[in-house]
Write a protein that binds this ligand. Structure first.
Ligand SMILES: [Zn+2]
Length: 91
């Protein structure tokens, strides 16, 4: 049985998650500005298909999964593999 305080906290976290998610879904220019390549800290740009964020300097694309940008070096897909249809770092 959850205490009232715990329930209140969960509700607040859930609301933050929903707000955050909606914010991410839009992937607006402001968010793009704060997103940076984890390798070189440089700017990333949305690819034409809107399913990835490309770093021109590192020649990699960070996938956007379920509308959430995955800004992890180990998830980066080399740009040429991305162009060939790959959407994961492995395979
Ligand atoms: Zn980079």
């Amino acid at each position: 049985m959850l205490s009232g305080a715990a329930r209140c906290l969960i509700r607040r976290l859930w609301r933050t998650y929903l707000l955050h998610r909606r914010y991410v879904v839009a992937i607006n220019p402001e968010l793009l500005e704060i997103l940076a390549c984890p390798k070189c800290k440089g700017p990333v740009a949305m690819v034409a298909e809107k399913d990835g964020l490309a770093c021109a300097a590192c020649k990699v694309v960070y996938p956007v999964r379920d509308d959430i940008p995955v800004m992890l070096i180990e998830e980066a897909v080399p740009a040429e593999k991305w162009a060939g249809g790959a959407r994961t770092a492995k395979g």
